[in-house]
Design a protein around this ligand. Structure first.
Ligand SMILES: Cc1ncc(COP(=O)(O)O)c(C=O)c1O
Length: 487
């Protein structure tokens, strides 16, 4: 008697399994082989995507091979291709091949990392990587701690929960209402606004986030911060944490970490450094100096799924000392295996969770640290090329960062949003706009290790064409636009 159809679908037998795995890998192979020839922007409209999906009514089983083809087509035509060499976008990398393989292995073995005893090899692999990266950050070998997180947002939230619990042990049991004063925390107005959601989620409320003004270079203004802390203390509130950003999302700006560390030590505040993107620079001796002071933070967010180029999501929460993690996340249950003090579910936010760290392990083991450093330095150098090419084409660069993220405007006043829209619509490249120092600017980040100087030329040509088109439609009236002040 042959096996029921559902069993064959649930786990096909040997030869069929290999055929299907080959079909899936052929989809990826075609994708990478033709990446450069396809547009960066989606060619399918939402209506077309839904029409294709309506053919999948799940009423009857269908062969996986055909579905893989359908999905492959949808993904090829229905996404902004963040892996594309001319995606100058939002910290979403071309994923490194070893890390893609890691995700496949992780899905197949499906280890459960909540409890050490369920997945000793997987937990040890993650520990090995976390220990290595913490060492690069500069955390002491004897005390350092940390873990992988689902995202940078989760790592940031972990920093706040840890700070609150260390400062107010009652917070763990009684929440905010058990505290003698309303806790507040500080971050720059240009920080990643996951902080607002985190304040909400942790029960502090969004008003507990003090968005401190930035200075003329886009860095958190220390004087304004000190004044805000003093004013909050005078008002009977309880300052707990400063979240510095090491590489802002909009402009790649690094807050003054050493000065912030001094202020936090003086004021007895937890310093969390959100280095989600730029923290990758710890892998390169050449790029590391701009992050001086990172090692002094009480906790750090560093996302491997950003500049370290592994597939989403593989955040990291790193701290010089694990003190307080157990108090923040501990729980005991009858249904989990014993040895709770070593288990991630008692030391981190997630409970059951995916083997995120394998992606960075395989990438790091394959490239080695020198390979990673060279990849990062290549992208940083290309960022410099982009800056120079933009300047020579008459654009004004408005941000100052050693990392490959360039914010710029047309000094003659072309509308940045209209230029970005025209470039994206051309399908030749993808970039965005952001707000920086009070105005809307164009934003281009070298997010892909596949990007070359020729891709930079294509971007600059597309920008020039969009600017010229804008000037034509304004009937050459750029002189009527308000001049931009320099930053
Ligand atoms: C500086 C910074 N912090 C935190 C985050 C949030 O990371 P995630 O999207 O993984 O939650 C981002 C996302 O771009 C970021 O740029």
């Amino acid at each position: 008697m042959s096996a029921p159809a559902w069993q064959a679908a649930a786990l096909p037998e040997g030869a069929e399994r290999r055929r299907l795995l080959a079909a899936a890998s052929a989809v990826l192979d075609d994708f990478f082989a033709a990446l450069d020839e396809r547009g960066v922007s989606p060619s399918l409209a939402t209506g077309e995507i839904r029409a294709r999906l309506s053919r999948h009514d799940f009423a009857a089983p269908r062969p996986l091979a055909a579905i893989i083809d359908d999905v492959g087509e949808l993904l090829r035509a229905g996404l902004v291709q963040v892996a594309h060499p001319r995606y100058f976008g939002l910290f979403n990398p071309t994923p490194l091949f070893p890390a893609i393989v890691a995700d496949l292995l992780s899905a197949g073995f499906n280890p459960q990392l909540a409890a050490y005893s369920h997945a000793p090899a997987a937990v040890e692999i993650e520990r090995h990587v976390i220990d290595y990266v913490s060492g690069l950050v500069g955390h002491p070998a004897a005390t350092r701690a940390g873990h992988f997180t689902s995202s940078g947002s989760e790592a940031n939230a972990t920093g706040l929960l840890l700070a609150l619990t260390r400062r107010f042990p009652l917070f763990a049991t009684d929440g905010v209402r058990g505290l003698p004063a309303q806790p507040v925390f500080y971050t720059s107005a240009d920080s990643h606004l996951s902080w607002l959601k985190i304040a909400h989620q942790c029960g502090l409320g969004r008003r507990a986030v003090r968005l401190i003004a930035v200075d003329g270079a886009g860095r958190l203004d220390i004087t304004a911060l000190a004044a805000a802390v003093a004013a909050d203390r005078a008002a009977g509130l309880a300052p707990v944490l400063v979240a510095a950003t090491a590489g802002t999302t909009g402009a790649g700006i690094i807050d003054p970490l050493p000065a912030l560390a001094q202020l936090c030590a003086r004021e007895r505040l937890h310093l969390h450094a959100d280095a989600a993107w730029a923290g990758a620079a710890v892998f390169s001796d050449r790029l590391r100096p701009a992050l001086a002071g990172l090692e002094a933070a009480d906790s750090v967010t560093l996302d491997a799924h950003k500049w370290l180029a592994v597939p989403l999501g593989a955040g990291m929460f790193l701290c010089p000392s694990g003190a307080g993690l157990h108090e923040t996340f501990h729980v005991t249950t009858g249904y989990m295996p014993a040895k709770a003090e070593e288990d991630y579910y008692t030391r981190s936010w997630l409970w059951g969770r995916r083997f995120m760290g394998l992606k960075l392990f395989l990438a790091l083991a394959t490239l080695g640290r020198p390979g990673y450093a060279a990849l990062l330095e290549y992208q940083a150098a290309l960022g410099e090329t982009l800056r120079e090419r933009l300047r020579s084409a008459g654009w004004q660069v408005v941000n100052d960062t050693p990392y490959p993220l360039v914010c710029f405007v047309d000094p003659c006043g072309a509308d940045s949003a209209a230029v970005a829209q025209a470039v994206v619509a051309s399908g030749r490249a993808w970039l965005s706009t952001t707000r920086f120092l009070g105005r809307t600017v164009l934003r281009a980040c070298i997010t892909s290790f596949l990007t070359t100087a020729a891709d930079v030329e294509i971007l600059v040509a597309a920008l020039d064409a969009a600017r010229a088109e804008g000037q034509r439609t304004c009937q050459g009236s750029v002189s009527g636009l308000a001049p931009l002040s320099s930053p």
